[in-house]
Design a protein around this ligand. Sequence first.
Ligand SMILES: [Ca+2]
Ligand SMILES: [Ca+2]
Length: 282
Amino acid sequence: MKSYYLLLLTVVLSGYWASLDGQTAPGQGDILITEIMANPSVVSDANGEWIEIRNMTDHDLLLNGLVLKDAGSNHHVLTAAGNLVLPANGYWVLAKNSDILTNGGVEVNYTCQNFTLSNTSDQVILTTADETLIDQVSYDSGWPVVSGASMELHPDHQTFSKNDQSKYWFQAQTIYGAGDKGSPGKPNPASSGSDGWEQEISMQVFPNPSNGKFFLEVKLPNPQPGEIRLINLLGQDFLYKKFSAEHQIKETIEPDFLTPGIWFIKVISGNTAKAVRIITGR
Ligand SMILES: [Ca+2]
Ligand SMILES: [Ca+2]
């Protein structure tokens, strides 16, 4: 009987040590920066900024000693008395304020003071202790940084190099905690990509209703090539015109097929889309 327990203890202990051995230090691309909340709205930036990272490997990663920094003066070494373990395929949220009652309702895995995120342009750089790059993201005003919503890296484009490009980042659409939008510590929803940046498109249609001739004015803060589409109540979608990357688009819309009733004008530019309902009374 005694030898049975000894055997059991040996098995349990060896499993324990094996799992410690299984935690390795990350290399390039093993961890990706997948979400950034630079401009919270329900709480102050000092209380509500956070970063989400994801373990892209199927083994646990040890984060002790890693460096989180920007191209300026922000520089933080991840430190703890024990092991900082980012689980296999798991997510972590790093934030300045880990108090869920005052940080906008975010569950934080690691508190990282002295790291701030600009609302216009900044860098998030994660390296090993010896400065080997694990991942970095550098954003500027061409990225979807808006008040009250994080930027989410699209789930289909989560690679070391793709997250360097603004076109794979989207304004979050799902509400968390106290009311801001994002998915801290959770997979980024694919749906974010369908109507990201919507708030930033300004679109005017006049007169509306009209006898069939509409004037359209669109302002795009982040100009990218796109198209104007007309959609009827059955959801049938007609390409009306393509446009090149410009800040302002002015069009007169008067196609033959615009029969009396309700239609939608939809403007799609890069990852941005906006639709307006129009009524023709001809
Ligand atoms: Ca990157
Ligand atoms: Ca997320």
